[in-house]
Design a protein around this ligand. Sequence first.
Ligand code: GLN
Length: 533
Amino acid sequence: MAEDPDKMKVEQSDMSITEDRDVKMSQAPIMALSAYELAQKIREQKVTSEEAVSAVLKNIDEHECDVHAYLSFWKEEALAQARKCDEMVRESTDVSTLPPLLGVPVAIKDNLLLRGKRSTCGSKMLKDYIPPFSATCVEKLVAAGAIVIGKTNMDEFGMGASTEHSYFGATRHPEDPDRVPGGSSGGSAAAVAYGGASAALGTDTGGSIRQPAAFCGLVGLRPTYGSVSRHGLVAFASSMDTAGPITRGSVDAAMLFNIVNGADPKDQTSISAPKVDISAMENYDVKGKLIGIPKQLLREDTSYDRSGVSSRTMNRAREFFVKNGAKVEEIDMPILDFAVAIYYILSSAEASSNLSRYDGIRYGYRSGQASDISELYTKTRSEGFGKEVKRRILLGNYVLSSEHFDDCYRQAERARNMVKKAFDEAFSKYDFLLCPTAPGVAPKQGEIDKDPLAAYIADLCTVPASLLGTPAISVPFGRAEGLPVGIQLMGPRFGEQEILGAARFVEKALASDIDGDISFETQTMNQKGGTDS
Ligand code: GLN
């Protein structure tokens, strides 16, 4: 097939940053700040928003050609917005009344609509789609003063775990271009990791916020289902789709969550979750907490973790929590052996139904080769969707077909309820649950595509919270084989305060190494085998 000229096109308006701009601070100190700190410094006029946006744009200039985190970004527009924010700060008589993220540069996954900006979902089907409205969560970020720098790359319609299934080409891991950043929100994670944004929004259906956050050394929060409106989030599997933050730390994650959380009349499944008390997070202590580790989530046989990174990480995590005064117990949850199957049956069923709207008639790509209406549908969908999306549609149609509806779809629904019951019981006893976020470290480019089933199995630890609609967070827990690894903390519905508090505790402890003897692997990628150091 001839290369589609649109395929590698990245929309970059206003490419050049004018040289004479008065950037007082160098980019490094600004981008070392968390979004929370940066917002404060902008309010205190210690840093201008223009300096922050310039720093981000400089990083984009430097890294984007290798990483390809963005599908589109707009330089002059972002700088103009930054200058406006700076003016607001200068003219304010009481800076405490200014919006909480005023002047902070953020990135948005491309399946979250931003009015007037191309929103492709990583698909040829929507390659020219310009939405007439913004997603509620994006509107809320903008109302909180954030400056949207651009839209980030993703697996087509969120289906995938590597950001290789994008029509516009893969995103690469910012620390190692031979590796993937994870997915499907790999563009958002990579952008935050290389300093191409202070924070980002991703979406998580079965792990797409948490897994790329873990692979890129970031915090990824999947909030309670419904607490963030799905209005303007392009649907994949509606009973699980959730937008949430990918950030450099848990305080930023809490701050972004507080901003985007809330019931929305435009999404009937939305509901307001309690706001997270950020100062209470600082006082959180794991001492006296009871933590459960579902033993079915400790599987060691996934192809991406040949050297046992996850089990070594979990041993350290267990040791860490025990040393800090928590009680850690393994729990048996046999239904979790079916979690991946349940997730893929239900999410594919929902996807096949949601994606039926892309028919070449209403909006999106339309094949120019059709001679009648039925050929128009067939050709539009054959040409417009990529391989992974077609696989999900086929699987979805299969499980929804009259022959298989009862033995596949209905069974999966029943099994989902059993997962819910098992977790309700666990949450009535444990303060939170702990497990790896994903097997091993970020896989090599191409590895995931070789074996789709192995890729599905690798979602084992993230899909349970998706089926339950409960919150879960991935927090960095050192490195292995030269790359970041994360651990996942899961709480009951509306349990954001607890898991964010625990994540903050882990983060502070690792930063100051109060534990003193947690060993982390420091070998580079050349040293195969991944032994503990
Ligand atoms: N990897 C999972 C899938 O492909 C998760 C995707 C997601 O959360 N959007 O379905």
